[in-house]
Design a protein around this ligand. Structure first.
Ligand SMILES: *[C@@H]1O[C@H](CO)[C@@H](O)[C@H](O)[C@H]1NC(C)=O
Ligand SMILES: *[C@@H]1O[C@H](CO)[C@@H](O)[C@H](O)[C@H]1NC(C)=O
Ligand SMILES: *[C@@H]1O[C@H](CO)[C@@H](O)[C@H](O)[C@H]1NC(C)=O
Length: 973
């Protein structure tokens, strides 16, 4: 007995140690996981299955070894998880893979993570982690280490050289202390993917890196790397992708580069490389993307480029290439984008760039191409941008060139083209900018221009267009700039132009226009600059023009007569009214401004006064009549289809009435039973007012979003959204197709936004760790939201205050066009004298204007504040409220204190999108954001001002900046 007992115990110990009961390990691992969960924030309940009642292997995102039942992996990608990583995680010794990409996890990497000795995959990229990266060189089994796109600081990890099993290494987009790339990375002989973009690296590329013979992706872009590209690069025979753009590299391209026969993507843009391209690199047959814009290259392109068969993107703008362009270029390639602008190419324009019929961007501005523009492009219907500004091209353009069903910009300006604008231009229905200035175009302006409803800029100046200005241009509701100066246009200014209510800049100078200035021009409420000089205009200046908020007016050199309205005198300058013999000024005004105008005599005063008054009265009367008719019509229709949808009805009759009530606001074909048979797997969101589902319609194949309102509580929301959204039509406001009601159930059918909300988009990254939203996309979103809000505030018959502007209420469509959504708490301002005094609290923490702490009086200016916060999110990539700002502090406070501390504005801007190219534009937007978030509401700009200021900061206004955007998209691929 005495001897058997200890033996039993020994045996027992042995058994427990070496064959632990599955059960015991599993409960222990469960408690470790539950502790891991306790450290996280999970706003969208991705961890709802992580409860004691389930086994660890039943937890979502957890994988286990089927034999031992031990946890081997944790995977959460883009699950909106916040909080921190629990230090105890590595007590699970079987863990081989920890992947928490694209979340909002903050805090440090716990040093204890180095005890996860089985770990093979550690991917924490795209989070908000801070601090130094602890020494993880103990993770000897690591094959994948990606910590890109966080906020790590401190020393760049040099111990990485000890992790010799690494195949993937990403440390890009962090804020390490500036230093060289460690020589020791050369030990990572198994490395295939190296991603160190935007990680504050300086100095030369260590020679040791060229010994990484397995490397296929080599990305050191957006650092400050100096020196030359060594010919040793040709030893990395497996390279597929070289990204060295935005550094400080110099020297010539080594001819040995041509040995990299697998090379597909090559980008050394925005450096200081010079010299000619070695002809050998024309033999890089696998090239798909070749970019070296913004360097100092000279000479001709290698003729071999004409034979490439896989080339999709080619961008070499802003160099000094010369000679003829390889004639066959594009002939055998699936080109989608080419930018050869700002070089010195001569000879005929290449003919085959669109041979594969997939070209979207054709940019060849600022060269010396001559001769006719090849007719082959008339069949290039995929083009989004066609710009050959500033060459020596001549001749007439075939009809097909004007008919581009997808085009955004057509720019033939500053050449020697002749002939007419074809009426086929009506087919370019998506055109936003038509730029033909400084050519010899002639003939009539086709009325079909009025069909281009997306047109924003129409630049036709300095040609020989004749005939009248087509009244159809009044249909261009998006037009913001109209430049027809220096042509031979006749006839009167059509009063229909007054309907272009977004027009900010109108220049009709230097034509033969006659007749009166139409008073209707005063309807162009956005007009900022008006130039009608050098025409044959007669009659008085409509007094109503004085109401416009112009900053420039030029009516000089016409035959105008009568008194100059005093408002206009104040806007104008010495030259504004010159050369109109009949114009005169009020005696009283003469003492303030003396523009060489005579003082009016009594008769002139009366005549002028009378005629403008009559005009104003007529306009007012007709507007009134139209408005009344409109009201009647709307009311009638509203009554006809919808009386069952009004709020009172809903609550009284809703419960018992089992017939569907439908109100539709846009034409859309769907079956009622489709809408009410929503499937849980299509759930795309859930919020305060209801659940949102994606629904693919049976009839026309379209997709919509359906919001099912929470029972009962939803009716106020329903009627708010219906009343506001149902009536609004604006590109940047979410379209409400219909509302459906039965019993206690309510459904709203919206347009479907495939890119989700702005918050999600800001957190997403694409392959390679770049944020999905680069600055160009972010700017587009900022401007779109501003336009939508400006519309709500200034262009609706009753101004509407949204009251809950935030990044989750801004939805993005396929093209990142933003739409303002969720009008559940929005308010029209005039329902009662104290209409904007609101009893119910609205808004979201972090976005609420400070004045709402002491007053319930909501004004447009509180929306402006919230919009400013959204701008800050776009600029900084941060959330409105983060622990890092300090107790009770928000992003507005944080940004201001950074700016005041002389820490430099640059530290505020999102390092992942900041580059020298966009820095100035981002700084402009930062100024606007600080204006919008000013404490005193009265000092904040109006949304209309904001739109104007943003347009000034548009990185896409001037060539060639905007072409970077296409480039950036490429980098993201
Ligand atoms: C890393 O490698 C170096 C030599 O290559 C060695 O001196 C050092 O001790 C190693 N560090 C660790 C933590 O193993
Ligand atoms: C490198 O990869 C090879 C082949 O996959 C493998 O056999 C070797 O062990 C790896 N080297 C290291 C240091 O892990
Ligand atoms: C780029 O490198 C040159 C030397 O090659 C140096 O003089 C210059 O300051 C560097 N520029 C930047 C921005 O680092």
């Amino acid at each position: 007995m005495a001897s058997t007992l200890p033996r039993c115990i020994l045996l027992w110990i042995f058994l427990v140690c070496c064959f632990p009961p599955k059960h015991a390990v599993v409960t222990d691992e469960k408690s470790i996981l539950l502790e891991f969960k306790a450290h996280l924030k999970d706003p969208t309940n991705h961890l709802s299955s992580w409860v004691d009642a389930n086994s660890a292997c039943e937890f979502s995102g957890v994988s286990c070894d089927p034999d031992t039942g031990r946890v081997t992996g944790i995977l959460f990608d883009n699950a909106l998880l916040g909080g921190e990583i629990s230090p105890s995680l590595c007590r699970m010794q079987g863990l081989t893979s920890l992947v928490l990409t694209s979340n909002s996890i903050s805090g440090n990497i716990p040093p204890e993570l180095s005890q996860c000795s089985s770990l093979k995959v550690l991917n924490l990229s795209m989070n908000r982690m801070v601090g130094r990266i602890p020494d993880l060189s103990g993770l000897r089994n690591l094959e994948v280490l990606d910590l890109s796109s966080n906020f790590f600081t401190g020393e760049f990890p040099t111990w990485i050289g000890n992790l010799t099993g690494l195949a993937y290494l990403g440390l890009a987009n962090n804020m390490f202390a500036e230093d060289r790339i460690p020589e020791s990375l050369g030990y990572l002989k198994n490395l295939t993917w190296l991603f160190l973009a935007n990680s504050k690296r300086v100095g030369e590329i260590p020679e040791s890196l060229y010994g990484l013979k397995e490397l296929s992706t080599f990305d050191l872009s957006r650092n400050k790397i100096t020196g030359m590209l060594s010919k040793s690069i040709s030893e990395m025979r497996k390279l597929i992708k070289i990204e060295l753009f935005e550094n400080n590299l110099t020297g010539k391209i080594p001819p040995e580069l041509a040995n990299l026969t697998l090379l597909q993507e090559f980008d050394i843009s925005a450096n200081h490389f010079y010299g000619e391209l070695p002809p050998e690199i024309g033999n890089l047959k696998s090239l798909t993307v070749f970019q070296l814009y913004d360097n100092d290259f000279t000479g001709e392109l290698p003729p071999g480029f004409g034979d490439l068969q896989h080339l999709q993107g080619f961008s070499i703008y802003r160099n000094n290439f010369s000679g003829e362009f390889p004639a066959n270029f594009g002939r055998f390639s699936p080109l989608t984008s080419i930018d050869i602008s700002e070089n010195k190419f001569t000879g005929p324009f290449p003919s085959y760039l669109c041979e594969s019929r997939g070209l979207k961007f054709l940019l060849a501005l600022g060269n010396e191409f001559s001769g006719e523009f090849p007719t082959s492009y008339a069949d290039c219907k995929t083009l989004l941008r066609l710009r050959v500004n500033q060459n020596r091209l001549s001749g007439q353009l075939p009809d097909g060139i004007w008919a581009m069903p997808n085009v955004d910009i057509i720019d033939f300006s500053n050449n020697d083209f002749a002939g007419e604008i074809s009426p086929a231009i009506a087919k370019s229905a998506t055109l936003s900018q038509l730029t033909l200035e400084n050519n010899r175009f002639s003939g009539l302006l086709p009325p079909e221009l009025g069909k281009l409803t997306q047109l924003e800029r129409l630049y036709l100046s300095n040609n020989s267009f004749s005939g009248g200005i087509p009244p159809e241009l009044g249909a261009l509701k998006q037009l913001s700039s109209l430049q027809l100066q220096r042509n031979m246009l006749h006839g009167s200014i059509p009063s229909e132009l007054g309907q272009c209510t977004r027009l900010a800049d109108m220049n009709l100078a230097g034509n033969f226009l006659s007749g009166n200035i139409p008073g209707a021009l005063a309807q162009m409420i956005s007009l900022n600059s008006l130039n009608l000089s050098n025409n044959r205009l007669t009659g008085p200046i409509p007094r109503s023009l004085g109401k416009l908020k112009l900053s420039l007016i030029d009516l000089s050199k016409n035959q105008l007569s009568g008194i100059v309205p005093s408002d206009l005198l104040q806007i104008g300058n010495e030259d504004s009214f010159l050369g109109n013999k009949g114009l005169c000024t009020d005696k009283n005004m003469k003492t303030y401004v003396n523009y060489g105008l005579e003082v009016c005599n009594g008769e002139q005063m009366q005549r002028a006064g009378l005629s403008t008054e009559i005009l104003v009265t007529c306009v007012l009367l007709s507007v009134l009549v139209v408005a009344l008719l409109g009201l009647l019509l709307v009311n009638y229709r509203h009554y006809r289809v919808s009386h069952s949808c009004s709020e009172d009805d809903l609550e009284e009759r809703g419960e018992k009435d089992l017939k569907w009530k439908i109100e539709s606001f846009h034409h859309l074909e769907f079956d009622v039973d489709e809408i009410c048979n929503l499937e849980e797997e299509n759930l795309i969101g859930s919020g305060g007012t209801g659940k949102v589902y994606r629904l693919d319609l049976r009839k026309n194949g379209g997709t919509v979003a359906v919001k099912q309102l929470w029972k009962g509580a939803g009716f106020r929301v329903l009627s708010a959204e219906m009343n506001i959204l149902g009536k609004i039509r604006h590109r940047n406001i979410l379209k409400l197709y219909a509302c459906l009601l039965r019993g206690g159930m309510g459904f709203l059918v919206f347009e479907y936004m495939s890119k989700g909300n702005l918050l999600q988009a800001l957190q997403r990254e694409v392959k390679g760790g770049q944020p999905e939203l680069d600055w160009y996309k972010r700017f587009k979103i900022a401007l779109g939201v501003a336009k939508g809000l400006a519309y709500l505030h200034h262009d609706c018959s009753t101004p509407i205050i949204h009251r809950d502007i935030k990044s989750t209420n801004i939805l993005l469509d396929e093209d990142y066009e933003p739409k303002i959504a969720d009008f559940g708490v929005a308010k029209a301002t005039d329902d009662s004298p104290e209409g904007s005094e609101c009893s119910c609290f609205a808004g979201t923490h972090g976005y609420i204007a400070p004045e709402l702490a002491y007053t319930r009086k909501v004004t447009e200016k509180s929306d402006v504040y919230s919009f400013g916060v959204v701008l800050l999110e776009l600029l900084t990539g941060r959330s409105p409220v983060e622990e890092q700002y300090g107790e009770g502090r928000d992003i507005v406070y944080w940004v201001l204190s950074c700016l005041n501390n002389q820490k430099g504005e640059i530290n505020v801007l999102d390092g992942r999108v900041l580059s020298p190219v966009v820095k100035d534009d981002m700084m402009k937007v930062l100024k606007i954001a600080t204006l919008c978030t000013t404490k005193l509401p009265s000092l904040r700009p109006t949304m209309r001002d904001v739109v104007k200021m943003l347009v000034d900061a548009d990185p896409c206004t001037f060539r060639p900046r905007h072409e970077y955007s296409e480039k950036t998209e490429k980098v993201l691929l």
